[in-house]
Design a protein around this ligand. Structure first.
Ligand code: S3P
Length: 191
């Protein structure tokens, strides 16, 4: 079994389980971006973070987009970024926590061939603490109101689970271990 200490051999990457794209979904703070980047490095694949793609394309932070254009506009731009990322092979994609709320995005995830969706899960208090205590809520507008954020967390739970083929609990593991577990799941699914 390959470990995270060294990239896995190219042949192994090429024969990953009928999968050309791995998409990490889950609520804010679940570790999608950090674990996704590590996983991509292990596979020798490219990494796309849809939030970063939106920010780069529109030269604007997510917080400013929410403030200037509203969440609806951000969701449209996020869908475009997701569709674009799903058009590429050998790609690990971390999507923003709200992406599965949008039907178009759920259909894209379900219907793009060769796409494996993995849900990174943790209880709300752990995620909230990770995001707000470590970074503050300024970069994540959806977390500004804790009560509303928690409601959204619960509303999203079922959507996340419906989109995902696999689930990984990340409350007590670091992003390196998360990436390793995703890899194990993918390799286990081979053949
Ligand atoms: C959001 C999650 C954020 C970002 C935006 C909205 C959400 O991404 O897309 O602030 O609605 O959950 P991360 O999950 O990567 O923090």
């Amino acid at each position: 079994m390959p470990t995270l200490e060294a990239p896995i051999p190219h042949d192994s990457a090429a024969t990953l389980p009928l999968t050309s794209r791995v998409v990490l979904i889950g609520f804010m703070g679940a570790g999608k971006s950090t674990a996704g980047r590590l996983l991509a490095a292990q596979l020798g694949w490219q990494f796309v973070d849809t939030d970063a793609a939106v920010e780069a394309k529109h030269q604007c932070s997510i917080a400013d987009l929410f403030a200037r254009e509203g969440e609806g506009k951000f969701r449209q731009l996020e869908s475009v970024a997701l569709a674009r990322a799903l058009g590429q092979n050998n790609t690990v994609i971390a999507v923003g926590g709200g992406a599965p709320e949008v039907l178009t995005n759920r259909l894209l995830l379900e219907q793009t061939p060769g796409t494996t969706v993995v849900l990174l899960e943790a209880p709300f208090p752990a995620l909230f603490d990770r995001c707000v205590l470590q970074e503050g809520a300024a970069t994540r507008p959806v977390l500004r109101n804790a009560e509303l954020a928690e409601r959204r967390f619960h509303e999203r739970e079922q959507l996340y689970r419906r989109c995902a083929q696999y689930r990984i609990a990340t409350e007590s593991i670091d992003p390196g271990t998360t990436a390793k577990q995703v890899l194990q799941v993918l390799l286990g699914a081979r053949g």
